[in-house]
Structures are given as C-alpha cells and as structure tokens.
Design a binder for this molecule. Structure first.
Ligand code: ZN
Length: 382
C-alpha cells in the first residue's frame, strides 16, 4: 500500500452527475471560475480562486491537460478539445466504468444519454437517472385533469431499466424541503388546475408540497416493484436551496412510516450533514450515503469527510459520485479526490493497526465502485 497504484487500479462508478451542456466553452477567467462554485453572485468570483478546491484543481487540471497550472493555459488547452473529447479524457483517465446521469437538469441544453454513450470510452457504461420533478413539470402542460396526469405519470415510469434508467431521483429538498408527509391525493389534485395553467403559460417550477409528496410516494412504489433505488438530494447545493430544509434527519418520519421500506434511498451529497447521513445509514437498511459534490468541493478536507461518513455508515453503504455538470473534468477531479481521500483514510487505519491491508483495500473498492455496481445492479465490463 506504499504508493498510489493500488487505488488507481480500482475501477470507479460515478453514481451521480449531469450531462455537459451545449454552451460555448468559457473563454475568460470569470467564466472559468464560475465552473468551480455553487454561487451565482459575480462579486463572489474573485474569492473562488482562493478556495482550496480551486487551487488544488488548478494543479490537477494542469497535469491532466499537460499544461502549466494557470487559468489562461487551461483555457487554451481546453479550447483545443471538444466537449466529447474532454469527457472521454476525463472518464478514461479516472478509470470510471459507469456514469449514472441525471438528465433532468436543464435537459433541453444538455447532451443526451446516447450522445454521452458515443463519447465515452467503450469500457464505460452510461445509465440514466430519472428526475421526478422534471417529469411532472413536462406532463403538467399536457394534462388538465389530475386523473389523466396520474395515469401519464405512472405510464412514464414503466419498465425503466429496459429504457436505460437505473434509478429515480427527487430534488424535493430544493422545492419543499425533506420534512415529507404521507400522500394526500385530494390536496395534490386541488393544486392541479393552477399548475396546469402555469405550465401552459411557460416553464413550470414545481414547488407545491402535496403534489411533490404524492408523486414521490407513487414513484417509490414503482421503484420497489422494479427494484430501483431512489436518489434524494440532501445537504448543500446552490443558493436556490434552504440548507436547513435539506438535512436528511428530516426524513425520519418518512423512513419510520414504512413508505420507503424495500426501496434503497441514496442520500446524495449530504454535506455538511455527512455524520447525520451516516447515522441514518447505520439504522435504516434502505439508506445509503453518496458523497458526490462534497468530494471534490471540500478540497484537501476530503479524507476527513470520507472518514466521517465511514464512522457509522457500513462501508457497504457509502458511494462515490462527482455531480459533474458544467465542467466535464469534474468526473476526473472527483475520482482523483475520492481515491486520494480513501487512500489517506484507510492507510492511516492500517498504520494504526485498526484494519489489515486487505480489509482497507476492500473498503476502498466498495466505496469507489463495488457498492454502486451492486446497488444499481450494474455488470461492469473488465
Ligand atoms: Zn446533481
């Protein structure tokens, strides 16, 4: 375990990311810095260059693209490559064998799953994750009657795996918070005429809690029958999110109600509630902890965050992901950061005599990819 090679050789699964968008490549310093922050405030940009994440990423990306670790050099190196080439380099160099892609975020401007399949190396699979709120927003314009919407919603969730989807996802944390109650059909139906009218008038942003609850529990029933996990955004995100409402501990009534029994629930991101998420994963058999976005965004603190997740969560329930969106290289940055963090954490435990080298390697292999392969029922090539 004395060098990096053992952990670089372990294949990874990126359990949560978004497709790159068809946007012009950033050509200036500010546009590039925007790819490294969740903030949309221009006045924040001068500070972004001083995050430890960015400083670490600058050097890493210089090494990936074979150029000096400077913004202008990186802009030039990236200009020479298409988005597909950037993604292919990122996935290949990261030894990532499967990408689980939420294609419901700004979907009209994004690469499709098939385009991603064509772009990435042949030994990497691309699977979809269906975002429920986007589906509801799309169907709302088409169905004036709530009963007709219910039917269309259920139809849209049929036979998902055969259609390339291995999980469902909800961003309820963003829209109404995670204190989710039981489904109330009449309360949901009462909102429908207004939602339909809003959707007819322009893009709808679904925030009505009874509708989100109704759809989420209907989707959970579908997930149970089809054997698919449900991913839930928890923890930090952009300014649109009320972080207090994204604490996974708010899910306790839903978990206790039994509505999610038999449905694996993947708590995405979780930061800063990593310990809370680990606690839930230690109690509820359904609950898994995903560290996408937290790693790499916490920079050199990644080893501590990974250790916190593993304090209580069994190593069979902690998952890797990148939450890549605007920056195709995030797939590589996240895998690199996760390997570095896992290596630092498990080697320290081996040195302390807490784990054998064999046990430590199993923990790393599980978190990097083996857990995701089992959870999402992926047969990885090679
Ligand atoms: Zn995401």
């Amino acid at each position: 375990m004395s060098d990096q090679a053992w952990i670089d050789a372990i294949p990874a699964v990126d359990g949560h990311l978004h497709p790159p968008q068809r946007l012009p490549r950033p050509t200036d310093r500010d546009a590039f810095l925007r790819l490294f922050t969740e903030s949309d405030a221009p006045a924040q940009l001068p500070h972004v260059a001083h995050t430890l994440y960015f400083q670490q990423a600058l050097h890493a990306l210089g090494a990936l693209h074979g150029c000096p670790p400077e913004i202008d050099a990186l802009l030039a190196a990236r200009r020479a490559l298409s988005t597909e080439e950037l993604l292919a380099r990122s996935v290949g160099e990261a030894n990532v064998r499967a990408l689980l892609v939420d294609d419901g975020y700004r979907h009209a401007d994004s690469y499709t799953l098939n385009e991603l399949r064509a772009a990435v190396p042949a030994d990497c699979q691309v699977w979809g994750v269906l975002r429920l709120e986007t589906l509801v927003e799309q169907l709302a314009a088409q169905h004036a009657d709530f009963g007709a919407f219910e039917e269309a919603f259920t139809d849209a969730l049929h036979d998902l795996r055969a259609r390339g989807y291995v999980a469902l996802k909800s961003i309820a944390a963003y829209r109404c918070g995670l204190a989710l109650g039981p489904p109330d059909r009449s309360a949901a139906a009462a909102h429908w005429p207004r939602l339909h009218a809003l959707a007819r008038a322009g893009p709808l942003r679904l925030v009505e809690k009874p509708v989100i609850e109704w759809c989420l529990w209907r989707a959970a029933a579908v997930a149970r029958v089809q054997g698919l996990p449900l991913q839930l955004h928890t923890g930090f995100g952009d300014r649109d999110l009320d972080l207090l409402q994204a604490n996974p501990l708010l899910l306790r009534p839903a978990l206790e109600s039994g509505a999610l029994r038999g449905v694996p629930v993947v708590l995405l991101h979780t930061y800063p509630y990593v310990r809370e998420a680990g606690y839930l994963a230690s109690l509820y058999p359904e609950v898994y902890v995903d560290l996408s976005l937290a790693v790499p965004l916490v920079g050199p603190a990644a080893a501590r965050v990974v250790s916190e997740a593993l304090e209580l969560a069994p190593a069979s329930k902690v998952l890797h992901g990148s939450d890549a969106a605007g920056l195709a290289e995030s797939v590589w940055l996240a895998a690199r950061a996760m390997r570095g963090a896992l290596r630092a954490a498990v080697e320290a435990w081996v040195r302390a005599g807490a784990l054998t080298a064999g046990q430590a390697e199993h923990v790393a292999a599980r978190v990097l990819g083996r857990n995701a392969a089992a959870l999402y029922d992926l047969t990885l090539p090679g």
